[in-house]
Design a protein around this ligand. Structure first.
Ligand code: GDP
Length: 304
């Protein structure tokens, strides 16, 4: 089967469950549930997930079962119609009709907030970027916006523990959240991540998705697994962005794709369906354009 072969070629499908009939109640992939629940936006009535002619048909094909189980099938895409070409390279993300203009033309720092309720109050959609200290968050943000200095704002003394909003193309936000782990923060700079950032996730109505950065050059870390599991349990829409995928370690340690497979194996119990994930490198640019396309389809769906 083409789709399965595609993931096998990435060496990742072996960790994923074999195709089995999806639960009847699941009409959307996990990551959209929260967005739908806490936004007033309607589902696209003119774009039913399954054409009426197909809705009454018998069992899903094996390809569609596989697609629903391991791929991120966005709204507007019928799992029966997913083809190899629709999957973004180095990811499990299917590109759908909501993908659109994705490049970043301008970006401006708006504000740093100490509490969720101090964040900008307009209704623009936002993506929160989160990860352990040193995961490559600043590098990724700089690679996305193609400007060296942007993420540095949040690295300045006094800003590392704040919620930093960057307005992109005057229409949506990238939100740089405090890194957890705080390897570099002094004791006095430490913030109680549990009450501070968790409050943001649970109350921020304009949050389209969290990009949870995970360093693919090291084995799964407990602190990342704890964070992923907490977000999963709380139905926070999330995309796993694996960083440093250029760091190939053939002789010592595992390769990034092996670490990614191990990580996914450890978190899969907390998800009914697999969240979107993508491999990136800020050094080679791997995954940059694909991640922006993925963000555009989440945003455009949220926005309509
Ligand atoms: P932050 O603390 O999460 O903001 O992480 P930084 O962006 O400051 O990166 C931490 C370290 O990882 C730096 O030494 C970066 O040069 C390095 N780094 C970040 N991204 C990549 C990447 O994609 N590949 C490689 N090989 N190194 C990276």
């Amino acid at each position: 089967m083409l789709l399965r072969n595609r993931l096998l070629s990435l060496n990742l499908a072996s960790s994923l469950p074999s195709p089995s009939p999806p639960p009847k109640s699941v009409s959307f992939i996990f990551s959209f549930n929260k967005t739908i629940a806490h936004s007033t936006h309607k589902l696209p009535e003119s774009k039913p997930q399954v054409p009426a002619s197909r809705a009454t048909k018998q069992p899903m094909s094996e390809t569609a079962q596989f697609a629903k189980k391991v791929l991120f099938v966005p709204p507007g895409v019928d799992p029966e119609e997913v083809t190899d070409e629709m999957i973004l390279p180095g990811s499990n993300i299917v590109l759908g009709p909501y993908a659109g203009h994705s490049q970043i033309k301008e970006v401006e720092f708006v504000k740093s907030s100490g509490r969720a309720k101090d964040c900008p109050k307009d209704d623009r959609p936002e993506f929160a970027i989160l990860g352990r200290s040193n995961v490559g968050k600043s590098s990724l943000i700089n690679a996305l916006v193609r400007r060296k200095e942007v993420a540095l704002t949040s690295k300045k003394p006094g800003k590392t523990q704040l919620i930093n909003h960057f307005l992109v193309n005057k229409s949506w936000y990238i939100v740089d959240l405090p890194g957890y782990g705080f390897a570099k923060a002094s004791d006095t700079a430490r913030t109680d991540w549990s009450s501070f950032t968790k409050g943001y996730f649970l109350n921020r109505e304009t949050l389209v998705a969290v990009l949870l950065l995970v360093d693919a050059s090291v084995p799964p870390q407990k602190i990342d697994l704890d964070c992923a599991n907490w977000l999963g349990r709380n139905n926070i829409p999330m995309t796993f962005v694996f960083t440093k995928c250029d760091k190939m370690k053939a002789s010592k340690g595992k390769r990034p794709d092996e670490n990614i497979r191990d990580f996914q194996e450890l978190i899969k119990e907390n998800y009914r369906q697999h969240p979107p994930w993508i491999m990136t490198s800020s050094v080679t640019g791997l995954g940059r354009d694909e991640l922006l396309l993925h963000m555009s389809q989440l945003r455009n769906y949220w926005d309509q």
